[in-house]
Unconditional design. Sequence first.
Length: 401
Amino acid sequence: MSTMTYMETLLDGVEVEWSTLGNDRYIEIANRGRKPVKASFRQPGEIPYFGANNIQDYVEGYTHDGRFVLIAEDGSASLENYSIQYVTGKFWANNHVHVVRGKSGLNTRFLLHYLCVVNFIPYLSGGGRAKLTKGKMLQIPIPIPCPDNPEKSLEIQSEIVRILDTFTELTTELTTELTARKKQYSYYRDQLLSFEEGEVEWKALGEIAKIYDGTHQTPKYTNTGVPFVSVQNIKDLYATKKYISTEDFEKYKYKPRINDLFMTRIGDIGTCAIVVDNNPLAYYVTLTLIRTNKEIVHPKYLMHIIGSSVGKAELYKRTLIHAVPIKINLGDIGKINIPIPCPDNPERSLAEQARIVLILDKFDTLTHSISEGLPREIELRQKQYEYYRDLLLSFPKPETV
């Protein structure tokens, strides 16, 4: 029997009562124990300290102990996908989350899954930092299947939780695997790019590449034209909704070519992407364009170096950390030192760089690709979870709800 056929049988003829988060028959509001503590006053420990979106710290002591759902009071990273967290055991909650859980008659994980489909926007107030007041939160409707038969109600809730938890557990396993792969990638990258004295010659980036500045002119965006690259879409150069006109792009003195390297240099420093074709791309001052001397350095080798612990250390030496936002000046990028293997034999040097690139690209594909490997699998499983969640939790609502 399929999942949906089974659930249709389970829900056949079942009535649904629409209650609210303010109904203390089903819901416990545990806000009273919340306590914000500034970072400088927190005592380091093993208890997770929760804010609106995630764990912010680990501290001594706790404010709550048990199974709870945390609903962002303010500061949710997304209003459309409102921040909902599930916590078990001892934890510390600050004042940016509402702390709730189900009483007898309401499964707390059922409540968690249902809150993930709620549109919170109508209940929010305020401007840039929208707030969900306690009063508004108490108005949010929640469904109670089979309200006149608590045993049957909890059976239905538990089955819905079991099905949805199967998908979330698989996603969690894949995410854990992805985290391990990223650590493995970083480990092998740093191992491959850590050289003994005498194995390499350190060359300033300005000696082995041309370094170009992005436009300082405020771009005039258009609906179509030349894609505009910024810090936000550097990891997928053409995934942008921003364009400039062909006429404005023609004013660019330095236009990207295939195998050029973009690198962020303001705010998020050192994130790189390779230009994979000769289609035009516009870029802003937040990026620099690096064109390597391909007789000395492989472009992808340079990209891996910049992302390694060696490259990050070199960038940090020249980063203006007190600037707002932090940045690295164009002239200082050329002073970054890059290790070149087998410097006395250019052919052998490039072959060694290509060998390192081949190894690291395999790890990179598995961990970072949006169309292959674990990230793609996680995305598919998340969509599968959302599909079944929406089906299982789409209870009919009365017109007044």
